[in-house]
Design a protein around this ligand. Structure first.
Ligand SMILES: [Zn+2]
Length: 389
């Protein structure tokens, strides 16, 4: 039994007054985070002892009672800053223990402190409004239906705008069909690429929309405008938000493309085989930018998530030699990157290079090396001539 947790992210539409409150809360959370970090650092350096999350919860209660202004921040919102610091400290000590050399958690700037949570008290939504502590009803843009039971909510500032993220328990995952009983036409091998985002072993390919490349000009212009502004000025902050908006727009477009492709794949197939990108080593090189723009990993991630709630299988297989092997007979047909066609001298199979690779991925998903076993006629011809002692 597997319980599915899904995040739903919506644009928040606070009123001017609500927005002012949210901005204040963020600033206060940031101060609290930095103050708590200071306390932990000093306690460690001067006294050699640790401060726990609960020690800091206690101090927070004291602060909320005595310092003016702090009782206007909901308790759980303030606590979320302390929880975040606690996670950062735990991650730090865990990595120290593991023999790594992590950097000590750092103080955060107000510009980079962008979100807070509402603890484990579930928030309530009514229609397209969410009830937040101390603020009451806050409108949000419910552009797609929210399913399941809300476990946790986070409010975040993204490129000068506000979003709300609900983490929902959407119930038990549907049972999956056993892999052996999936008919062959419901199995898809996927070859990820740049000319097309994905070539499928059957069916129409998924186009590569190149969102980043299309937005490059706007981005460059805004980056230049930002670079001209004086540090700390108001107009610099405006220019920064413009740059953030351009990046956020591209990120939203990529996510949209990936989600739509994922829905399509999970509708058309029961078993989807991607290449294991960890093996490929995508780090650098001159293709780093277009590969990043294509967002292959995002596509695999979205498809895997969608598959879990649709009872479909997603597997990742080693894709080495997937463009060299013949998908028909398994023979090796060497190619350069320029060769766009696969043409097999052994079995005579001629098809598009990417389609051949996708068919190989499908073969690998089905645990076979080729559609037919290695070409028997050639072996017997050779075998008969060299037979006999
Ligand atoms: Zn062949």
């Amino acid at each position: 039994m597997l319980l599915l947790i899904r995040s739903y992210r919506y644009p928040l539409r606070p009123t001017k007054a609500q927005e002012a409150a949210l901005t204040t809360w963020l600033a206060q959370c940031c101060d609290l985070y930095n103050g708590a970090l200071h306390e932990r650092r000093d306690a460690w350096r001067k006294l050699g002892k640790g401060v726990t999350l609960y020690d800091q919860f206690k101090s927070l209660t004291e602060v909320r009672r005595t310092v003016p202004g702090w009782d206007e921040v909901p308790c759980e919102v303030a606590r979320s800053a302390l929880r975040r610091l606690d996670l950062a400290m735990k991650a730090f000590f865990r990595r120290c223990k593991a023999g790594e050399t992590p950097g000590f958690p750092r103080f955060r700037s107000k510009r980079r402190y962008d979100s807070f949570g509402f603890g484990t008290n579930p928030v309530v939504i009514q229609g397209d409004r969410v009830v937040l502590p101390k603020l009451g009803y806050v409108k949000f843009h419910l552009y797609r239906p929210l399913k399941g039971k809300i476990l946790y909510a986070v409010v975040r500032r993204e490129a000068g705008k506000w979003v709300v993220v609900f983490q929902c328990d959407i119930g038990e995952a549907p049972a999956k069909m056993p892999i052996e009983s999936i008919p062959e036409e419901r199995v898809a091998g996927v070859d990820l690429g740049l000319t097309t985002l994905a070539t499928l072993s059957q069916g129409k390919p998924i186009e590569n929309p190149r969102h980043g490349a299309k937005a490059a000009e706007v981005l460059a212009r805004r980056q230049r405008a930002l670079a001209r502004k004086r540090k700390g000025s108001k107009s610099r902050h405006r220019a920064l938000v413009q740059v953030q908006e351009a990046y956020a727009h591209v990120a939203n477009q990529r996510l949209d493309t990936a989600r739509k492709a994922a829905v399509r794949l999970c509708r058309d197939f029961d078993l989807i085989c991607f290449e294991d990108l960890n093996i490929r080593g995508l780090a650098g090189g001159m293709l780093a930018k277009p590969i990043h723009d294509a967002a292959w990993r995002l596509l695999i991630h979205c498809t895997s998530c969608k598959a879990e709630s649709a009872g479909k299988h997603v597997v990742e297989k080693d894709a080495r030699r997937s463009s060299i092997d013949c998908s028909g007979c398994g023979a090796r047909v060497e190619k350069t990157l320029r060769d766009r066609t696969h043409s097999c001298p052994v079995c005579g199979l001629v098809l598009d290079r990417d389609l051949n690779a996708a068919l190989n991925m499908k073969n690998r998903a089905l645990g076979r090396s080729a559609v037919r076993p290695p070409a028997t006629p050639l072996v017997t011809a050779e075998g008969s001539t060299s037979a006999g002692p």
